[in-house]
Write a protein that binds this ligand. Structure first.
Ligand SMILES: [Zn+2]
Length: 576
């Protein structure tokens, strides 16, 4: 489906032609040439193009022989040059603006080229969204995505851009990415480059904890983008922080048990097929993302991260879309990490292109079934609102990388303590903790009733793309109301919040509701997301992040109620 190594001679010829054309036009936009050394290092593993010296434009990583990473200005210049150099497969747009005023570009890449969501939908093929650099110091996803965009955009032959619509945001967090500092400070455990950005955005928010509360301008831009483009696949590119293992890359599906349409398909079908391709075609070992409790007690198990939708790929799972987390191996040298990320992306896009009908069907089916369940909740399954990582799903061999003492106090590589070096990789059979156990499950209501006075909650639900309606006059409806027995506030502030957990009990009553009361019907595609955001017992919803807060007290009631009957009367639909 995609360009491959067997095409290399033809591609090199095409590259030379392109280069000649550029020189003739005087349009070379990236100065300098990637030395053979840098290119060779990058090609050690994976399929990063071996002839990078002939490529145009060059990424900053390539220009610097993989000693530097692109700033937001570099990214902007690079993506603008794709179109300027004549690719008919890309168009550049503005995704949003960061808190410090940096424009975040996106690139739409497909053949035929599309410019609007309507044009993309008419192609009836997967829309795949890929973002790099949500954590500013984790840089290889950005570099790999830029290089892959170029290689796909200028490839003369049929490639994956004939099967999917790719939308790339190479540098999602430009304020964090441009806050360059020494790797020893900004990414203590990362093996280069020497200068990298920092993790949070310009307002010190971790953008990969913001998908529920959506406080950052970057997240708000995402929600506008999702409402318009509704991508079928969402890929988030990171670098690990911890354990020494034997994998060039690790990955994760949505982990929330309420991601009923995507967790199993991504986790048990798509990603294992990708793992197989990476192993057979490229001899790259990969594994579901996780960490050891400590490097000294690896036999205790391999633990994944978190199921809550504050994380982007989990959030996408609750929207009924395929979320894929990528984690490059921070202890691998920078050029190898770029090559691993490139190969992962190349094969992932290829697989999605090969399975395009199924991927598109998955989205349609998720919308149809969620809407159906919300319309007739007695036919719906129960949904998880809280979960914990309690039991292993299986025992399996995990590749463990040993750390050995060198006998002196010299630092052997960036990110590793002096006196240590990375040693042998060996498989160790251990319990794998990668499935969350539900600790609270609830039936789906007909909808949620929000008092008009809860303006922040109403605004946030609209941001998330939910359809909201308003009672044009007073109505009496059957509702379930939650009486609060305890309000548990986290002892430490987190992301500028004192997060909240509620305990309580439910009672049913017919209640008179005034005109202007807002209804979020479950009969819509985002019904499961609505439940997770609005329910008082959720572990990551509006109550968690103090959006619904002022009225919370022991003995009081949670202001949002569950609708316990269908509403057949037409209501006033609020504009998005
Ligand atoms: Zn990260």
């Amino acid at each position: 489906m995609l360009i491959h190594r067997s095409n290399a001679p033809a591609r090199r010829a095409a590259g030379r032609l392109l280069l000649a054309a550029l020189v003739a036009a005087g349009a070379a936009c990236a100065s300098g040439g990637a030395g053979a050394t840098g290119a060779r290092v990058a090609a050690e593993r994976g399929i990063y193009r071996p002839d990078v010296a002939h490529a145009r434009p060059l990424t900053r990583a390539e220009r610097s022989r993989f000693t530097e990473t692109s700033t937001s200005a570099d990214v902007r210049a690079f993506v603008d040059s794709l179109a300027a150099l004549g690719s008919s497969r890309v168009v550049v747009g503005e995704f949003g603006t960061s808190g410090q005023g940096r424009v975040i570009p996106y690139v739409i890449a497909s053949r035929p080229l599309v410019r609007t969501p309507a044009e993309a939908r008419r192609l009836n093929r997967p829309i795949v969204y890929v973002q790099g650099g949500i954590h500013g110091g984790e840089v290889e996803g950005k570099e790999a995505l830029l290089a892959l965009l170029r290689d796909l955009a200028f490839e003369d032959y049929t490639n994956v851009l004939d099967s999917i619509v790719l939308i790339a945001v190479p540098m999602y967090n430009p304020d964090g990415g441009d806050a360059l500092g020494p790797q020893e400070r900004n990414r203590t455990e990362q093996n280069g480059p020497a200068q990298v950005g920092r993790r949070p955005n310009g307002d010190t928010l971790d953008l990969n904890r913001d998908y529920v509360k959506a406080e950052a301008p970057e997240t708000q831009a995402t929600l506008r983008f999702l409402a318009a483009w509704d991508p079928d696949v969402f890929v988030d590119l990171h670098t690990t922080n911890g354990s020494y293992h034997g994998y060039a890359l690790t990955y994760s599906p949505p982990l929330n048990p309420s991601a009923v349409f995507t967790q199993a398909w991504v986790g048990d079908t798509l990603l294992p097929a990708l793992r197989q391709r990476l192993r057979l075609k490229h001899r790259i070992e990969s594994f579901p993302y996780g960490n050891f409790v400590s490097q000294d007690s690896v036999e205790r198990g391999w633990f994944t991260y978190d199921h809550r939708p504050r994380f982007g790929t989990n959030y996408m799972g609750l929207r009924g879309r395929q979320g894929i987390l990528f984690e490059g191996y921070s202890h691998d040298p920078y050029p190898k990490r770029v090559a691993s990320a490139y190969t992962f992306l190349y094969e992932l896009l290829s697989l999605v292109g090969d399975w395009r009908e199924e991927v598109v069907d998955q989205s349609r089916e998720a919308d149809r079934r969620a809407t159906g369940w919300g319309t007739q909740p007695d036919r719906a399954p129960t949904f998880t609102l809280r979960a914990a990582l309690r039991t292993p799903s299986r025992r399996e061999a995990v590749l463990v990388e040993a750390l050995e003492r060198t006998g002196d106090s010299v630092r052997t590589e960036p990110g590793l303590a002096p006196g240590l070096r990375r040693g042998r990789v060996r498989p160790v059979v251990m319990p794998i903790y990668d499935r969350f156990t539900p600790t609270a499950r609830r039936t789906m209501p007909f909808g949620y009733v929000i008092p008009a006075s809860e303006t922040r909650a109403i605004a946030l639900m609209r941001r998330h793309g939910l359809t909201l309606e308003q009672l044009p006059g007073p109505m009496t409806l059957a509702v379930e109301r939650f009486t609060i027995d305890s309000v548990v506030r986290a002892p430490r502030r987190f992301e500028k919040h004192e997060t909240v957990r509620l305990e309580g009990r439910w009672t049913t009553a017919r209640e008179p509701l005034p005109a202007g009361t807002v209804l979020v019907r479950s009969g819509q595609p985002l019904a499961i997301l609505a439940m997770y955001l609005l329910d008082p017992e959720t572990d990551d919803g509006l109550v968690t992040w103090n959006v619904i807060d002022a009225a919370l007290r022991v003995g009081g009631t949670y202001p949002v109620t569950r609708l316990a009957q269908p509403v057949l009367e037409p209501l006033t639909v609020l504009d998005r």
